[in-house]
Every structure is written in structure tokens, then in C-alpha cells.
Design a protein around this ligand. Structure first.
Ligand code: SAM
Ligand code: SF4
Length: 335
């Protein structure tokens, strides 16, 4: 399909992240405060409204949708939405980012509905540290979820890890080894200043992609790969000391150390129906108001998405010493 959404900087927008809930069964320290106030139920889009938004996105030229949250798999009846979206003409790929806690239950069904790839977040392989970082998570449920995803036969499984200094930076190699043994990919994400947290100082905890890359390179030998996904990751393969038959790619998502805005191909929709044009800026369009107050149909929603290209910012500016620049927590943004 030829891209229809083109912004003022000539970027073709083909990818949308659709948040299906702000709620989560975990409280990861970099993503949420310990005591979170979630949105009133009335403020969040119903599954039918989410389908309307998804349909309009595809009509506007979006060919890939990633469901996210919060934790997408804890939204009641989310599989109905997955099934409906998977049948949209023009949607080439439907994917999901999950913390893995519900995958034992849903992996097979997701695969059956045509989801080919999943991203699963995991920051530690030690039960106590995993609990410390997620506050409420149980490591074994996630490990079982990863195995369920492997058994379900997804074409690609990618682990996502956020590394925090003096917290889980001693597990970088163990996480790579785990991914390599399972023959799945792994990407390391630099922590971003989204939402006001007091649990740790984001500046002190910051671990750059360069530091992580050096640690992995020293042990496993990294070789630049031409692998391209729809995202901003730079990928490498492992040369040695890893499982010889492994096809694991190691990626780095570096919103600080390597600004990737010039290649941005994405937009986001929060579960309140706010179409966000950039992760690090507040420019947005209120799709919920169009649906609920103006009774907008799919054509009108599609037009609104088309018009939003005029306000997509050129880039984000993150500065960890000045938090929070963006008051939205990541669970609100739709990570
Ligand atoms: N609950 C799902 C999960 O954890 O995979 C999906 C939503 S979560 C917000 C999506 C991704 O954002 C996760 O991989 C998480 O590690 C990452 N994330 C959350 N807060 C972040 C932050 N402040 N900086 C960088 N990555 C963050
Ligand atoms: Fe939940 Fe994902 Fe945020 Fe962790 S990163 S609190 S699992 S939404």
C-alpha cells in the first residue's frame, strides 16, 4: 500500500501504537508511581470505539498497528478487539507489546488471530530483583509466558529490557544469553523521562545504549546487522560465546544517545482517544471528542487523522536533569 500520511517533514507515517488500557498488573519503577490513579472508566474508549479508531487509522494509510497499554492483555475481552482488527482490509500487521504475565492464557489465541510478532518486556531473570523493579510482578509467570509464546509459534518474539544503573545492569549478559538460548531477539531501551517518579533519580540510573553495547560486545562480539523493523532499534548479531545455532538479534533503542526522530514513522493513540503525534511532545488531536460529542463516522475520523499530519513535531528533546518534561506516564502514552 502506498503511504498516505505524510507530515510536514516528508516522513511517511505507516505505524500506530494503540493503547487499549492505562491499567496494569505491574507497577514498573520507571513507568509508574507506586500509587497510581487510573482513568475513570467513562474516560476510556470502549472496545467498539477502539475498533472505530483502528479502522480509521487503517483507512488513513496505517499498515501496522501495535496494541499496547498499560498491560493490553488485562483489558476485559481484549481478544474481541484483536479478532476484529485482524480482519481489517489494509492492515498488514497487528502486533502487541506485553509484560508477558497473561501469555500462558492468550498466546495461542493471539497467534490464531493472525498476530505474528510479540514484544515481551523483562528486565531481570532473578525473582527478587524482578519483583523489586516491577513491584508486583512474578518472574515465573513471565518466563512461562515467554515459553508459551515460543510454543505458539510466533514468527518473531522480541524481549524488551530497560536497564537501570546499580539495579539490573549486572544482568545485561544474562538477559542476552537467555534470549540467545531461546533463539529470540532482545532490545535494550534507554529510560525516558515520562511521568514524575520519586522512586529513583532517572539521571543517576541512566544506562546508555553505548555502555550496554560495549558490555555485550566484549563478551559476545557484536556484528552490525541490516535487520530493520518498523521501529527505531539498531540491530546486531552475536559472534561468539552464545548459542552457536542462535539467530538472536540484539537491538538498542536510544531516544537519548541517538535521536531517531528523522526516521519517525509512527503515531500513538492513548486509551482516552488522544491521537499523539510524538512520544516527547504534547501535540495531539482529541478523537474521543469527535466520536462522542460530534458523532463522527469513520470518514470524519480518517480526515482528522489526515489533518493531524500538519502538527506532527519535528523531534523530541529529552533532558533527564529536568524531570518531568512530559507529565504523562508511559502507561498513559501507550509505550
Ligand atoms: N505493559 C506492556 C509492557 O510492559 O510491555 C506494554 C506497555 S509498556 C508502557 C511498553 C514498554 O515501555 C515496555 O517495554 C517498558 O519497559 C517501556 N517503558 C515504560 N516506561 C518507560 C520509560 N520511562 N522509559 C523507557 N521505556 C519505558
Ligand atoms: Fe505495566 Fe508495562 Fe508499565 Fe511495567 S512497563 S508498569 S508492565 S505498563
Amino acid at each position: 500500500m502506498t503511504a498516505r500520511l505524510i507530515d510536514n517533514f516528508g516522513r511517511q507515517i505507516t505505524y500506530a501504537r494503540l493503547s487499549v488500557t492505562d491499567r496494569c498488573d505491574f507497577r514498573c519503577v520507571y513507568c509508574m508511581a507506586e500509587e497510581m490513579t487510573f482513568l475513570p472508566k467513562n474516560d476510556i474508549l470502549s472496545l467498539e470505539e477502539l475498533l472505530q479508531v483502528g479502522t480509521a487509522l487503517v483507512n488513513a494509510g496505517i499498515s501496522k498497528i501495535r496494541l499496547t497499554g498499560g498491560e493490553p492483555l488485562i483489558r476485559n475481552n481484549v481478544m474481541w478487539l484483536v479478532e476484529q482488527l485482524s480482519q481489517l482490509d489494509g492492515l498488514e500487521e497487528l502486533t502487541l507489546t506485553t509484560n508477558g504475565s497473561q501469555l500462558v492464557k492468550y498466546a495461542d489465541q493471539l497467534r490464531r488471530f493472525g498476530v505474528k510478532r510479540v514484544n515481551i518486556s523483562i528486565d531481570s531473570l532473578q525473582a527478587d530483583k524482578f519483583k523489586d523493579i516491577t513491584r508486583t510482578g512474578k518472574l515465573q509467570a513471565v518466563l512461562d509466558g515467554i515459553d508459551a509464546a515460543i510454543d505458539a509459534g510466533f514468527e518473531q518474539i522480541k524481549l524488551n529490557s530497560v536497564i537501570l544503573k546499580n539495579r539490573n545492569d549486572d544482568e545485561i549478559l544474562a538477559l542476552v544469553k537467555y534470549a540467545s538460548d531461546k533463539n529470540i531477539d532482545i532490545a535494550f531501551i534507554e529510560e525516558m523521562p515520562l511521568g514524575d517518579i520519586v522512586e529513583h533519580d532517572r539521571l543517576l540510573a541512566f544506562c546508555s545504549s553505548d555502555e550496554i553495547r560495549q558490555i555485550i560486545d566484549k563478551e559476545f562480539g557484536l556484528q552490525a546487522s541490516d535487520k530493520k523493523t518498523n521501529g527505531p532499534s539498531k540491530y546486531f548479531t552475536l559472534n561468539s560465546n552464545a548459542n552457536k545455532n542462535s539467530k538472536t538479534h540484539v537491538g538498542f533503542i536510544s531516544p537519548h544517545s541517538n535521536n531517531f526522530c528523522s526516521e519517525c514513522n509512527r503515531i500513538r493513540v492513548t486509551v482516552e482517544g488522544r491521537l499523539l503525534l510524538c512520544l516527547g511532545n504534547e501535540h495531539s488531536i482529541d478523537l474521543r471528542a469527535l466520536i462522542r460529542d460530534q458523532n463522527a463516522d469513520i470518514t470524519q475520523l480518517t480526515e482528522a487523522i489526515d489533518k493531524s499530519m500538519a502538527i506532527k513535531p519535528e523531534r523530541h528533546y529529552f533532558d533527564l536533569s529536568e524531570q518531568p518534561q512530559i507529565v504523562r506516564f508511559m502507561n498513559m502514552t501507550g509505550g
